[in-house]
Design a protein around this ligand. Structure first.
Ligand SMILES: Cc1cc2nc3c(=O)[nH]c(=O)nc-3n(C[C@H](O)[C@H](O)[C@H](O)COP(=O)(O)OP(=O)(O)OC[C@H]3O[C@@H](n4cnc5c(N)ncnc54)[C@H](O)[C@@H]3O)c2cc1C
Length: 481
């Protein structure tokens, strides 16, 4: 059996790794993806390994959302062991940055996330913060209240300081570049893996199967089972391959993160706000370089804007906002840090915001995409289930609700959706310095948004369902229907 995996982000790499652990001697894996990885979400990620930190006031209200959270929570528990397996498999192929690593200490993987609640945006932050605390209690997940003044390397501007903070012990982060290098090395050096530095330009269908893929240099690669996991570009490849599958749109959730070097003020822990209207708030994460290094790099994230087509460069407003927020909300000393990299990644973002994962109606064709802003964190658990599927083993039937050809999930009522969108838009405005002259003006602005969003729902025929907040512009401009 030859498994062909298209894409070389964290979803493909972790799945190839898991598959390799269970691969019979005569089977093989062909992994295809350009080594330059343009628009790689994986390389732009922090990568925070958060499940509770991603909860907001409207989370966990539907079955798909609860199940996705269950997977995410399981991923948190799997990470230390998964990391241990990778280190063991890499053996002498380990990247130099991994020397002296003891899995949870002394390396690129760390745990202990400070969640702060400040007044820089609006009251949506407070509600999201409360929702996280309530969920931590409901699930008996360990956390501690901390005095914001005691958070290491936290020096916000006076008027932007947090009044509440907690430490979530098990939520961590990892340097994604070191992780990708480790996986690349394991796969590249394995005799059962062929790693091809190319793009797939076409999936070739013959009746009810994929027979082969064509690469951009014209080569044709045959295989028995095909997994398409090329991130946000999944749609583009499906369309140009004329497969006639009914897969919902996957948009480019364009996100910026900034790598800075802050010599006198390095981070030891992740510090983040709750999610905020339209994006994941502001966060700063230690960006480990290696055992002999000063380890004073910090990753600042992240912006998010959905587009039907990719863009390769960051918007000034996103970069400016991240820099200002990091200096004002996290650490004033960052003003003196050096800006090393502006990462641009394309989060694979589906029309209904849920991932597309599993087998298609073709006999030997699987898709794994749409992980939006949690794909890195989810990779240990998704890769395990994807390998079960590829090997025709039974899986939890709830996973099938994310099947690639499912109908678009509408799990929001129109009323809730309008409320969420208006709250998100107001939060977004406050993050960008909106200051109403009085409370009436604020009510008028809210009402203007509300009327506009109600009209948009009417226009797209959303009578008994609601538009997810981040999809507003995709519906407004006809990219989602
Ligand atoms: C700024 C930012 C911050 C983020 N922060 C976090 C975080 O803190 N925690 C977290 O869990 N997640 C985070 N995410 C989300 C996470 O990065 C994604 O969910 C995850 O990386 C998606 O992985 P992927 O493998 O599906 O896609 P990608 O990482 O985008 O990989 C797809 C790969 O496929 C290749 N490819 C594309 N087309 C083809 C083709 N035709 N043929 C062959 N190869 C192809 C591309 O070159 C690319 O390397 C963040 C994302 C961004 C952008």
């Amino acid at each position: 059996m030859d498994y062909v995996i298209i894409g070389n982000g964290i979803i493909s790499l972790s799945t190839a790794f898991r598959l390799l652990q269970r691969l019979p001697d005569n089977d093989s894996i062909t992994l295809i993806g350009p080594s330059a990885r343009p628009g790689s979400a994986t390389l732009a990620a922090a990568a925070m390994l958060n499940s509770f930190g991603e909860i907001d006031a409207y989370s966990l209200q539907s079955e798909p959302d609860q199940y996705l959270f269950e997977l995410s929570h399981r991923a948190t528990r799997m990470w230390p062991e998964f990391e241990g397996e990778l280190i063991q498999a890499a053996a002498e192929q380990l990247p130099s940055a991994c020397g002296q690593c003891e899995v949870t200490q002394g390396g690129c993987f760390g745990q202990g996330t400070y969640l702060i609640n400040n007044a820089c945006a609006d009251e949506l932050d407070d509600r999201n913060f409360d929702a996280i605390v309530n969920a931590l209690r409901d699930f008996n997940e360990p956390f501690d209240w901390v005095n914001p003044r005691d958070i290491p390397n936290y020096h916000p501007a006076q008027h932007q300081r947090a009044t509440r903070a907690i430490l979530i012990h098990n939520e961590g982060w990892i340097n994604p570049r070191i992780e990708v290098e480790k996986l690349d090395r394991i796969l590249l050096s394995h005799p059962q893996v062929t790693y091809i530095d190319q793009r797939v330009t076409r999936l070739n269908r013959s009746q009810t199967r994929i027979e082969s893929v064509t690469l951009n240099d014209g080569q044709v690669i045959d295989g028995d089972k095909f997994l398409l996991a090329n991130g946000a570009s999944v749609n583009a490849l499906l369309v140009q391959s004329d497969l006639d599958l009914n897969v919902q749109p996957v948009f480019y959730g364009i996100g910026i993160s900034l790598e800075i070097q802050s010599p006198l003020h390095p981070h030891k822990n992740c510090i983040r706000t709750p999610n905020r209207g339209g994006a994941c708030g502001i966060y700063s994460v230690p960006y480990f370089q290696g055992p002999g290094s000063e380890n004073d790099h910090v990753l600042i994230g992240a912006s998010n804007v959905l587009r039907p087509q990719p863009t390769h460069h960051g918007r000034l407003i996103s970069i400016e906002h991240l820099m200002r927020s990091a200096v004002e909300e996290i650490n004033g000393h960052f003003y003196n840090a050096e800006l090393l990299n502006i990462n641009v990644g394309w989060r694979p973002s589906t029309q209904d915001t849920y991932p597309i994962l599993g087998k298609t109606s073709l006999d030997n064709f699987y898709i794994a995409s749409g992980t939006k802003r949690n794909g890195f964190h989810l990779s240990p658990v998704l890769s395990e289930i994807l390998v079960d599927l590829l090997m025709d083993e039974d899986i939890d039937p709830r996973f099938h609700q994310f099947a690639p050809e499912r109908k678009v999930i509408h799990d929001l009522s129109r009323e809730d959706a309008v409320e969420i969108i208006v709250s998100s838009l107001m939060s977004e405005q406050y993050q960008h310095n909106y200051r109403p002259s009085n409370i009436r003006m604020n009510e008028q602005v809210r009402q203007t948004y509300q009327d506009d969003i109600e009209r948009l729902h009417d226009k797209v025929g959303a009578k008994d369902w609601g538009i997810p907040a981040e999809l507003v512009n995709m519906y407004r401009y006809g990219h989602a229907q």
